[in-house]
Design a protein around this ligand. Sequence first.
Ligand code: PG9
Length: 634
Amino acid sequence: LALSLGVQAGASQLVKTLPSETPEKFTPNVDSFDYTKREVMIPMRDGVKLKTFILIPRSATKDAKAPIIMTRTPYNAGGRIMRFNSPRLLAAVPQMNDTTVEAGYIVVYQDVRGKFGSDGDYVMTRPLSGPVNPTKVDHATDAYDTIDWLVKNVPESNGRVGTIGGSYEGYTTVMSTVNPHPALKVAVPFAPMIDGWMGDDWFHNGAFRQGAALEFIYNQQSTRSGAYKWWFGEYDLYDAFLRAGSAGAMAKSRGLDQLGFWRAISEHPSYDRWWQEQAVDKLLAQQPVIKVPMMIVGGLFDQEDIYGSPALYKALAPKDPTGQLIHLVMGPWNHGQGRREGRALGALEFSGDTAGWFRSRVMQPFLDHYLKDAPKPKTPRVLVYETGADEWRQYDHWPRSCAVACVEKSRSMYLLSGGRLGFDAPSTGTYDEYVSDPAKPVPYRPRPNLPSGNADSGWGEWLVDDQRHAASRTDVLVYETDPLTAPMRVAGQPIARLFASTSGTDSDWVVKIIDVWPDEVPSKPSMGGYQQMLSADIFRGRYRANAADPQPLAANEALHYEIPLPQVNHTFQPGHRIMVQIQSSWFPLYDRNPQTFVPNIMFAEPKSYVKATQRLWRAPGKSSQIDLPVVATR
Ligand code: PG9
């Protein structure tokens, strides 16, 4: 039978033509969807058109109008609205949008100019039109033009728009509030990128975040669609960066010199006018009045943009004396957790889903008031999760404690002999020392150090890592208190005031405040002796006197450094100890300081990297200390 069928098939044609089975245009049947999707190109004032997706819940109609919540993104708007390929809007959009979907809002996602479906030129976090952006367009004008189009062309819209987004999308959210469209009624930036040199994605106090930055730049700028992805070739970035030598050498080996933003930041390693003129907090501080109510949301353990949220609040709060328009919320979150789920971070567990609670109980009533005329909620001016105690705290003034002009006064905690830490200044003593060797830099977390994009990297947790891996090194100084006999609360910004010398002519200083758990924790044995990093940062010595004008350090001279650390709201519980660790590298996340002064560390030659003897002074008149924002326990 088989043979005879074969003969027949060969003998005569069964079909005459074989057209493509894929139609010219397929119309999906979306009858079961609880929303409709419109895909439009919205023209900007310079003629450039931006790809925009408008997702309209079935509940919104010409007669039952709804507000619009908009996000402008460099991360592929089409992909952002396909979290799950689902007929339900709640599942399709990012988790950040959950409460706005439940409230029946229209959701809009737009590609920023130059990315994915949008036309135009791409510039990294395009600065406001002005000294560092000679064009007439920026994210403020693009947001304005988009909102103008939306309220005129979406018949289901109630004419009110809110903006929301995190990190880069937080940046575009903040920018939408500059010379805002009258229909923009409220903005919720999560972890906005505010100052890339001071403490957000690119540098921290002048030290370059090579381990994250190079990859971001490559993936974002090599193509419009992100087709090329950064690669290492080594599993452990510690090896990769050590072999490369400098950040500049690593960048060159991957062709980054073709990318405009890499060229720009490698030409501006100092805090010169190029950076100052795009620092969002400084620019917004110049705006005469607050036109758009804003809820600024930050994470206490944000591994990418930890600086931005409190800095923006600091710039804007003075313009809102009654605390009705500018709010700050800080949760126990890493970068992105506030937009997702906040039950735990690394080894830490919190009281329930702190992020979901925040969005439904705090953010959504705030949005509904401005976008739907819901009653004004009692939104606290400042709401911060208190780690260690695991509860939310409300404040009228933030920071709560500091050296001058806060409700409570901070206390000096001194580095003392014998690795002790205490509240009495030293009456005798000299210094502690270690050798910092650029050939064996201190890893920022236990090796292997995986790329941030690797799901196993634990990148999002490292700011609460156990610091025992560092404590046992000879190039890390460790100071600690006795076990506390009573709780100690801190609420504000710790500042390290160090007297330190180096035998080199440049140096980095890393300061870490750590909560050391009791030797035994019967309820969770793995936490016994856990050295939980609480607040830590790096400072590049050459910027000691002037961030814009780096200078060599006088070798072997005890120089004074003032190093601001990330904000805290924490209780050190009885039985815990407070620890401070000091070291001179945090590799490979931060590039190595060669410890010889060179014009641009990005391009330091191998011969410039030298060992240096580092001294931390704890002597009368030269007493290194931490200004700790201690507050009274209730
Ligand atoms: N931290 C990321 C970023 C912000 C700004 C510029 C480049 C990268 C982000 O999560 O969007």
